[in-house]
Design a protein around this ligand. Structure first.
Ligand code: ADP
Length: 455
């Protein structure tokens, strides 16, 4: 079967949806292909936080920020491997992208709260209602439906079609009923298929460290298809060895823990011996490696009610909390002794650790690990203790794109008709993506891709 559109988009996550809405807005006919039965990808299952500088919420809170500072933080956070010009495009357009989500897509962001993820100099991560990407994807999908854009789920893009000049002119896909469908693209194809965190073989191909010993937080559809398809038409890849783990995940499933966001409000990490071993607000890669170096390759996150009351992660992520408790991975205890005994930690050792934490909370200086936000007093219960492991979370590498999101070949020339945005691209995050920058990347460049492909 053959179908023809102006713009064909592969992957219905944050980048694909944003591209679809913009391309349609620009007057193009658009089809959005999604291989899974349901939409959303990693965007859906993420916390959904999005960084931008000088937003309305920063103004509400009186926080000073600048595009330059956002660029600096992002580059530095990635060990200065990211492309400075592309990071500038991100930082200069993220604020408008966030306003577009709020005003056009009707995404509800909290008006009086921002996250400051590791590596950012100020609080700049907008938080969607419910603290997950569900708010983003629900509203993007609603808008897509209202605009009458065709969405094909269970439709897996398998091959990019080119003409004699090498221009990309369509996509061959496996349709819902097993047959092959050819989607012809009059104007352009946009790859927005996400990363390859769920593809263990591909992880090993580019970095043997990230083998089966790691589970993943990622959506099952993030298997690197777009990277492989683009490579087949001559696209260059970059930064493929840079794979990020998230430090605090479910030891049974690999799924990211959002209950454990209490870490950003002062929760500490201890090992089986009840001792701290890393600064809890260090970079994700540093904390992950430190956890794997502990006995058993896991850690416990510990916080008390006072810390929990700040971000209310237990209430906000009630389903996750209840599942962790049921699986014996999280325990609420009245006393520290009880918390220690649940996981067979020496209660006296844990008490000694907390005594030091309380001392440093009082003095304002963490003499052991120099906690950058300052430790909090944990003398009062009840306590929450949660077992955690690192899990593969984001693949920083991927396709090389230019400022207009054209995909480049090995010679640095644009491949005609081919655009890409989101986690499938590899030029922004360098060695280490900062929290809140994936959504900013996907939405900002997804919009640009949609506008450009529709030209
Ligand atoms: P981003 O944040 O870059 O938008 P996501 O992970 O949120 O990335 O979304 C990528 C989406 O692309 C996922 O829903 C995934 O299932 C989908 N996808 C991946 N490969 C294909 C493919 N070959 N054909 C269609 N959809 C795909």
């Amino acid at each position: 079967a053959d179908q023809t559109y102006d713009v064909v988009i592969i992957g219905a996550g944050g980048a694909g949806f944003s591209a679809a809405l913009e391309a349609k807005q620009a007057g193009a006919s658009v089809v959005l292909l999604e291989k899974m039965p349901s939409v959303g990808g990693n965007t859906l299952i993420s916390g959904g936080e999005m960084n931008a500088a000088n937003t309305w919420v920063q103004k509400n809170l009186g926080i000073e920020d600048s595009t330059e500072l956002f660029i600096e933080d992002t580059l530095k956070g990635g060990d200065n491997i990211g492309d400075p010009e592309m990071v500038r495009v991100l930082a200069e357009n993220a604020t408008a992208a966030a306003e577009w989500l709020k005003d056009e897509v009707k995404v509800n962001f909290l008006e009086d709260h921002l996250f400051q993820f590791g590596g950012h100099s100020v609080k700049r991560a907008l938080i969607p209602e419910g603290h997950t990407g569900a708010e983003l994807i629900t509203k993007l999908k609603k808008q897509l439906d209202e605009m009458g854009i065709d969405l094909k789920t269970n439709t897996k893009a398998e091959k990019l079609l080119t003409d004699d000049s090498g221009k990309v002119i369509g996509v061959e896909a496996a349709g819902a009923n097993g047959g092959t469908i050819t989607f012809h693209a009059n104007k352009g194809v946009i790859i927005a298929s996400g990363g390859f965190g769920s593809n263990v073989e591909m992880r090993k191909q580019y970095n043997p460290e990230y083998d089966e010993k790691y589970m993943t937080t990622d959506a099952p559809g993030t298997t690197g298809d777009g990277i492989v398809m683009a490579q087949a038409v001559g696209a260059a890849l970059t930064n493929m060895e840079s794979i990020q783990t998230y430090p605090v995940c479910n030891p049974k499933t690999g799924v990211i823990s959002l209950v454990a966001d209490s870490r950003f409000d002062g929760a500490i990490l201890v090992n089986q011996s009840g001792q701290r071993f890393v600064e809890e607000l260090e970079r994700r890669d540093v904390i992950s490696k430190a956890i794997l170096a502990q006995e058993g390759g896991y850690a416990y996150q510990l916080w008390n009610q006072e810390i929990g009351d700040i971000g209310k992660t237990v209430d906000t992520h009630k389903d996750e909390y209840e599942m962790l408790v049921k699986d014996g991975l999280l325990y609420k205890a009245d006393t520290l002794k009880e918390a220690a005994e649940f996981f067979k930690i020496d209660p006296e050792a844990l008490q000694a650790t907390i005594d030091r934490v309380n001392k440093f909370a009082k003095s304002g200086k963490d003499e052991d690990f120099n906690h950058r936000a300052g430790l909090k007093d944990m003398s009062k219960g009840p306590y929450y203790i949660q077992k955690a492991v690192p899990s593969v979370h984001h693949t920083m590498g991927g396709l090389v794109i230019n400022k207009t999101t054209q995909v480049l070949n090995e010679q640095g020339q644009p491949i005609a008709g081919l655009f890409a945005a989101g986690e499938v691209t590899g030029v922004i995050h360098g060695k280490n993506r900062l929290g809140g920058n994936a959504i900013a990347d996907a939405i900002t460049f997804g919009r640009i891709a949609g506008q450009q492909a529709a030209k």
